[in-house]
Design a protein around this ligand. Structure first.
Ligand code: MRU
Length: 361
């Protein structure tokens, strides 16, 4: 098949003949840089479940390319049969992680492209799916840039910043969301002192955020998650910047487990707490955070992972939620590509979508 689009060279990309979706395996960072080329539905789903590709926007971008790769494997000229198989792949992938809305959002957008073009031959529909996947990624690049500009407008040169988990280029495209203002500011000659929570149990802060900041030449200090109060008490933090996996209509925000605790401490110490994310992470169909499904993960991630031997007795009960919900009352502002939303969020978030006429960003 000839491509009718120009594949992008990013951290999620297609191989030369468009038969595989490629990612940098994030589970191996920062020690090993290995690119995976994925083709079967099972290995694609496993990559999402195991966080080889992770971060809400990156999962969405990956899902777009993955559905294109899988669509190419459907061997039929019958459009209805093609659509039924495509739908089955969508269902299979969407069940891999429940919290980040971008996964379902991207898959829905891909399937809609196919359904709306059901009058065309299968081969042409597949081509349109490729174009749609590239568009999702291009839009994310633009959105991250705009989020970075909007976030940077709130930061002073020399500021002390606290961040949790990883919401940098690895989790998105190029700048990232929560790290975007810092990377953009650095390009413009600004200085920041960034404190990265290690982010137990999977250490996205230590392994990925510290790595991205170091690579960019930004002053970064790693903290254990339980050290946030101590650095805030010292007055070292001027603002908290975090990403988001799903924002409810009232501003309640699901993000990596531990985010809510950081927001509570920020309120206590009078530190502004900002959530940064694209409008594709806002889910107005969830009225409050109570409606957001929180992913529960393998207990062994707490008991064993990254240790040479288990650090808790075998069989001990473990509770391992991947995300928590930060109450909207703790959030100073939600920074999107379309501007900064302030409380009351039921009004400011709804206003973001008011002028949308079939637009996709
Ligand atoms: O479980 P992860 O590593 O996918 O969780 C990621 C986060 O919580 C990020 O903060 C969020 O997805 C925003 S990424 C721009």
């Amino acid at each position: 098949m000839q491509f009718h689009f120009e594949p992008l060279a990013e951290n999620v990309f297609l191989n030369e003949d468009g038969t595989k979706v490629c990612i940098l395996d994030q589970t191996l960072l920062p020690n090993v840089s290995r690119t995976l080329k994925l083709q079967s539905p099972e290995e694609i789903r496993e990559a999402i479940c195991q966080l080889r590709v992770r971060g809400a926007p990156a999962i969405g971008i990956f899902a777009g390319y993955a559905l294109f790769v899988l669509a190419r494997q459907i061997k039929t000229q019958d459009t209805q049969e093609f659509l039924a198989k495509l739908h089955a792949y969508r269902e299979y992938l969407v069940s891999s992680r429940p919290t980040a809305v971008n996964l379902g959002w991207a898959l829905e957008r891909m399937e809609k492209t196919a359904v709306e073009n059901a009058h065309l031959p299968v081969e042409e529909i597949v081509c349109l799916l490729g174009q749609q996947a590239v568009r999702i990624q291009k839009e994310d690049i633009e959105m991250c840039r705009a989020i970075s500009e909007n976030g940077l407008s709130l930061l002073a040169n020399g500021a002390g910043i606290l961040t949790h988990c990883n919401a940098g280029p690895l989790a998105t495209s190029r700048y990232g969301t929560a790290l975007g203002p810092l990377l953009l500011g650095k390009e413009r000659g600004m200085q920041f002192h960034v404190f990265c929570d290690e982010t137990r149990p999977l250490l996205q802060g230590a392994r990925l955020t510290a790595y991205e900041l170091q690579k960019a030449g930004i002053d970064a200090t790693l903290l254990c998650d339980n050290m946030v109060a101590a650095v805030m008490q010292k007055g070292w933090i001027d603002a908290c910047l975090v990403g988001c996996d799903r924002v409810a209509a009232n501003g309640d925000t699901a993000n990596k487990i531990g985010t809510s605790g950081v927001a509570i401490l920020a309120k206590y110490y009078g530190v502004p707490f900002y959530v940064l994310g694209p409008t594709s992470s806002i889910d107005l169909s969830c009225k409050t955070g109570e409606e957001i499904a929180i992913e529960l993960r393998d207990p062994e991630e707490i008991r064993l992972k990254f240790y040479r031997e288990p650090m808790a007795p075998a069989g001990v009960k473990c509770y391992n939620p991947a995300f928590d919900v930060t109450d909207h009352s703790l959030i100073t502002g939600i920074i999107t590509q379309r501007g900064v939303c302030r409380p009351p969020y039921t009004e400011s978030l709804a206003a973001l979508f008011e002028n949308e006429r079939g637009g996709e960003t």
